[in-house]
Ligand binder design. Structure first.
Ligand code: KG4
Ligand code: ZN
Length: 338
């Protein structure tokens, strides 16, 4: 049995987790402690980077101790320390990276740098024992919307992505304008159930033709214009209809490109990951698309869709196994590829 510590601090959750890896390679979560800062940022309607960094500093040592005690292990039982090194808010990332570097150095443990996007995908291995590359990964989060041809546990090829905003960003922005608390995604998911998805005409985020790229900025602007028009003409804003129409447009756009990607790659498995993978409409829509292409959908439970340390530990294990190690010169990067 091996144990990997996973640290996450790229945005507004500080998390430390311990994942155990059996001799047969099976992974399971021994502890996954998530300290969310959502309540703090809610006051401002979005993440305030400086406040996020400070909150990570306050939480990081305590949650690491909690993760180890929750897993019932000591530092000496760990095989490696994995940390999200990119992409994300630079000040926030640096807290986790510096903590992990010091922790690994002080305890003479191997250090592994993890890509946050690959970590979201790795969450699926924790809930789906049968999952094995190659497969198509659809990553939808607050900062990303991308399709990957996953060749192997650590080898990802980007085959499509948003050219501007992320899907989660569109949900959060429109949700805020219709009065939902930050982050609006989960509340919008619920509100969409009460509305008519055909009520508000919105453009598709799926670009035409063979490209697997998407664009959410036009959709966001169209929804905002519709809301402003209602306000200016004194018509009550149909909040539920907007939520339902926006959700339908996002779901249809992503599932369309996922379908094209399944056809292009021939993959028979599709993984849905990232914070927005918690969306019930997107989960149902992608399940339909997967069926249409004779593919299997693998999606982590909602508890593992948002940012967490367990997914970082899982992704870190695969990098560690490949010998991809970092050292004390490791730096964080705000960008996708440092
Ligand atoms: O992956 P994540 O926790 O952070 C990033 O890496 O960006 O994703 C956060 C995003 C937010 O935009 C949030 O509104 C969205 O995930 N989200 C949802 C749902 N739950 C969280 N979006 C739609 N439906 C949900 N149920
Ligand atoms: Zn994330």
């Amino acid at each position: 049995m091996k144990y990997v510590l996973g640290m996450e601090s790229s945005c507004d959750e500080t998390s430390a987790a311990v994942v155990r890896v059996g001799d047969d390679g099976r992974m399971s979560i021994a502890a996954n402690i998530v300290a969310s800062q959502i309540e703090t940022h809610r006051l401002y309607g979005g993440v305030v980077p400086e406040i996020a960094s400070r909150a990570h500093i306050e939480a990081v040592s305590g949650i690491t101790r909690e993760a180890l005690s929750g897993a019932g292990i000591g530092v000496g039982d760990l095989s490696a320390v994995a940390v999200t090194a990119f992409p994300g808010l630079i000040g926030a990332l640096l807290v986790g990276v510096n903590f992990a570097k010091s922790f690994a150095y002080a305890n003479d443990l191997p250090l592994v740098a993890v890509d946050h996007i690959k970590a979201h995908v790795a969450a699926a291995y924790l809930s789906d024992e049968a999952l094995c590359p190659p497969f198509l990964a659809v990553v939808v989060s607050g900062g990303h919307t991308a399709l990957f041809d996953v060749r192997d546990h650590t080898d990802f090829r980007l085959i499509g992505s948003t050219r501007d905003d992320a899907a989660g960003e569109a949900f959060d922005k429109i949700g805020r304008v219709i009065g939902l608390p930050y982050p609006a995604g989960a509340a919008l998911d619920q509100l969409a159930r009460q509305g008519d998805p055909g009520a508000v005409p919105l453009p598709s985020p799926a670009l035409g033709g063979d490209t697997l790229d998407l664009s959410f900025s036009g959709l966001k602007t169209a929804a905002l214009n519709y809301i402003h028009h209602c306000e200016q003409t004194g018509v009550p804003v149909p909040r539920a209809d907007i939520a339902a129409s926006l959700t339908r447009a996002v779901t249809a756009g992503i599932t369309k490109k996922a379908g094209q990607a399944l056809a292009a790659t021939g993959h028979k498995t599709v993984v849905l990951a990232g914070g927005v993978a918690a969306n019930s409409h997107l989960r149902a829509g992608l399940l339909q698309t997967a069926k249409k292409y004779g593919a299997r959908l693998s999606v982590p439970p909602v508890s593992l869709c948002g940012d967490n340390g367990a997914m970082v530990a899982a992704a870190g294990w695969f990098e560690y196994r490949r010998g991809h190690l970092a050292d004390v010169s490791l730096n964080a990067s705000a960008e996708d590829e440092p």
